[in-house]
Ligand binder design. Structure first.
Ligand SMILES: C[S@@+](CC[C@H](N)C(=O)[O-])C[C@H]1O[C@@H](n2cnc3c(N)ncnc32)[C@H](O)[C@@H]1O
Length: 263
């Protein structure tokens, strides 16, 4: 683990394309450098759907966080692999519905840390906190989150766009298991990632040649394993636009997601 952290934790380097900044570029944000835009454009050329994927991913996050807040009664959130602030950050979605919600954000990208101020704009009734750490170090993250969250009460664990960066299947599964083990019954796990397809694979190839950290596209079956032992909320593991859609005719995209409850 320590060795992995050394290898992958990004430094603030404007010459190496980084996932948080490329994602921000696809989402229409301004917190990115020329190298990020270059790789972002190259991937978009090979796989034009990528921008739609990024937007559909954030739209899923809005629906999933709203669901666990309003229907699941969740008031605590642990968002691992937060990304750069954008419209509708987790605390804004949750606190719109339940102002007393408590949110802990976790990311290891130094630029996300620089912009963390925008994530710390809690309602007076609630609280937001930011942990600058490698999400794979669950013990460290859980200890830091304990400052803000009460692990005796249900928590929604969010991993959106981060598990693909944990390219070793066993390491990714262990990471999810360690977090879920720390949560009480009635907690939720919300996860999303890019999913494997022939077209998406070309984007993955370009990404892994040039960007950091590496990314592994998993298919629906592989991704579904992260929910083992949990009760999936309907409609189960599906393409992001198809999870409790609000659009009239949602189309399948190569992004897979699910929400599950710990019994
Ligand atoms: C593709 S972005 C997704 C951002 C956001 N969750 C969303 O869905 O829009 C992935 C984020 O995960 C972060 N990340 C990747 N690996 C990580 C790790 N091992 N520990 C902490 N953060 C990580 C990146 O820095 C980046 O901000």
């Amino acid at each position: 683990m320590a060795e992995n952290e050394q290898q992958q934790a990004p430094k603030l380097d404007s010459t190496v394309p980084q996932t948080a900044r490329i994602w921000n570029y696809w989402l229409g944000g301004k917190d990115n450098f020329a190298v990020d835009r270059q790789v972002g454009d190259q991937i978009r050329e090979a796989f034009p759907q990528i921008v739609e994927n990024a937007r559909a991913s954030r739209a899923f996050l809005v629906r999933a966080v709203s669901f666990v807040t309003s229907e699941g009664g969740i008031r605590q959130f642990l968002d691992v692999g937060t990304g750069l602030p954008t419209a509708d950050n987790t605390h804004e979605i949750a606190q719109r519905l339940a102002p007393e919600s408590r949110i802990v954000y976790v990311d290891f990208d130094p630029l996300v840390l620089v912009h963390a101020r925008a994530l710390l704009t809690s309602t007076p009734q609630g609280v937001t906190d930011y942990v600058d750490a490698d999400g794979r170090n669950s013990a460290k993250v859980l200890a830091a989150a304990d400052r803000t969250l009460d692990f005796g009460q249900p928590v929604a664990l969010i991993m959106s766009g981060i598990l693909g960066h944990v390219t070793d299947d066993d390491e990714a599964a262990t990471m999810v298991r360690e977090y879920v083990a720390a949560l009480p019954s009635g907690s939720y796990f919300i996860a999303l990632d890019g999913s494997h397809s022939v077209e998406h694979s070309e984007a993955e190839r370009i990404w892994n040649e040039q960007a950091n950290p590496p990314y592994l596209l998993r298919d629906k079956e592989q991704f579904s394993r992260f929910f083992e032992g949990l009760e999936l909320v309907e409609p189960g593991v599906v393409s992001a636009p198809l999870w409790r859609p609000t659009a009239q005719s949602p189309t399948h995209l190569d992004v897979v997601c699910g929400v599950a409850r710990k019994l």
